[in-house]
Design a protein around this ligand. Structure first.
Ligand SMILES: [Zn+2]
Length: 442
């Protein structure tokens, strides 16, 4: 049995009542939160941590990303979405190897832990190698091996049947830290019969589906032309939203009222990735209206090829600012709602417990140093965290009671080696990638 006692700490619980404790105790026993507020007088702890001048809050969940795309950070700049894919991303990926994916994801894991992310929802290739990174890092993740269904040449890896096999072996491994989704790329690339086959496999294996959906108006027009239906309605007919493990549909930028009703009724989770939308000049969805309609909104960094970093404090802040600005309504997205989108809504999307600091929850949490100049004075902890805190203020990160970072030092990953290897693999990959692997048309 391991007992960790964090003393004198401010705790932003993000529980139902939004409780905040000041100078409080947090007790963690065997990977779970045992008590919040005042520790029992006779507590004997294996480790006591002084939390003075720090806040504890739930770990962030990055609800949509492509972690190995750290390799394409800064590689495809100032381009519209179609040229970004066709001329840069899908050319570099023609040279992708499993080792590239491992080092790209390891680099992302270093960055994500430093940014307070305890779990991530990944959608990419060679997910068996990303699973290695999850095992070693101590993070939690839901992994989707991306498949296209347009011929073997376009796939990277074993194709749908091979990835289904991998899912059977992987789901629930690493003491439950690893979960999986089926990963069709999107309805604008994947043919309907392929999506139907994926729905069948999801029912056979008890899995969910993570895909991209309705990213711009051209995709809506294309879907209407091909199928006579908008993308949301098209994949609803195919059963994509009715699979046992639920559906995560990234982006959903162009929706009408019927689409929103379907997504709310089917409990679909929508990761909102504001920095990608701004960087690629994509349409912006109104968050307040979606939340009011009952849609499950969560937050993601997206891939570093489009964002270009994996900084959740930046995502939270940009989500809030862009929503207020777009709606011309400063009340449209309060700070604690944004923090909940980043924590518990994300955890639910991935199928993990937690997202709040409360007794019985897994000890997935971060500590933030409140002593930086930009965090004084302390009138409102929520306001300071949402509008002033930076990733560099995060000192400690814990998952299931295990420290992944202590005093800004990574505990589970060899960061120096990862930086070297990732740099070398990234430079090599982009110089080898010569042909375009598939074509985006909208
Ligand atoms: Zn994406």
């Amino acid at each position: 049995m391991t007992v960790i006692h964090i003393r004198n700490v401010d705790i932003v619980t993000l529980d139902e009542q939004g409780t905040i404790h000041h100078n409080a105790d947090l007790v963690i026993r065997d990977g779970k939160i045992e008590s919040v507020g005042k520790a029992p007088a006779d507590l004997t702890a294996d480790q006591t941590v002084d939390g003075s001048h720090h806040a504890v809050l739930p770990g962030f969940v990055n609800a949509h990303c492509h972690s190995p795309m750290t390799f394409e950070r800064g590689w495809a700049e100032d381009l519209p979405f179609d040229r970004w894919l066709n001329e840069k991303i899908w050319v570099a990926e023609s040279a992708l190897t499993p080792d590239d994916v491992y080092w790209g994801a390891a680099l992302a894991a270093c960055e994500m832990i430093r940014s307070g992310i305890t779990a991530f929802n990944d959608h990419y290739f060679y997910m068996d190698r990303v699973a290695d990174v999850v095992e070693q890092s101590g993070m939690k993740a839901a992994l989707a091996w991306c498949v296209f269904g347009i011929g073997e040449d376009a796939e990277i890896g074993p194709g749908l049947d091979g990835t289904a096999e991998w899912i059977r072996e992987t789901h629930g491994s690493a003491n439950g830290r690893l979960r999986t989704f089926l990963g069709p790329h999107s309805p604008y690339i994947c043919p309907p019969e392929f999506l139907e086959r994926i729905v069948e496999i999801a029912h056979e294996t008890g899995q969910g589906i993570h895909l991209h959906l309705a990213e711009d108006n051209q995709q809506i027009e294309q879907s209407l032309e091909r199928y006579g239906l908008r993308p949301v309605q098209h994949i609803d007919r195919l059963g994509v939203f009715d699979v046992p493990g639920g559906c995560v549909a990234a982006h959903c930028l162009s929706l009408d009222a019927d689409d929103i009703d379907i997504l709310a009724a089917k409990g679909v989770y929508i990761p909102h990735c504001p920095i990608t939308y701004m960087k690629l000049a994509m349409p912006f969805p109104p968050i307040k209206d979606r939340l009011a309609a009952g849609v499950n909104m969560c937050l993601g960094t997206d891939g570093p090829g489009s964002n270009a970093d994996m900084d959740m404090f930046a995502v939270i802040r940009q989500a809030v600012l862009s929503e207020k600005y777009q709606s011309r309504d400063p009340e449209s997205l309060p700070g604690d709602t944004a923090l909940r989108m980043a924590a518990q809504n994300g955890a639910r999307a991935l199928g993990f417990e937690g997202g709040a600091i409360e007794a019985g929850a897994p000890a997935d949490l971060i500590m933030v140093d409140l002593d930086a100049p930009h965090l004084h004075p302390l009138h409102s902890l929520i306001a300071n965290l949402v509008h002033s805190a930076k990733s560099a203020d995060i000192t400690d990160v814990m998952v299931d009671g295990q420290w992944l970072m202590r005093n800004r030092e990574l505990q589970t990953l060899d960061e120096e080696k990862i930086l070297q290897e990732a740099e070398a693999h990234a430079q090599s990959m982009v110089s080898r990638g010569m042909k375009q692997v598939r074509q985006y048309k909208a």
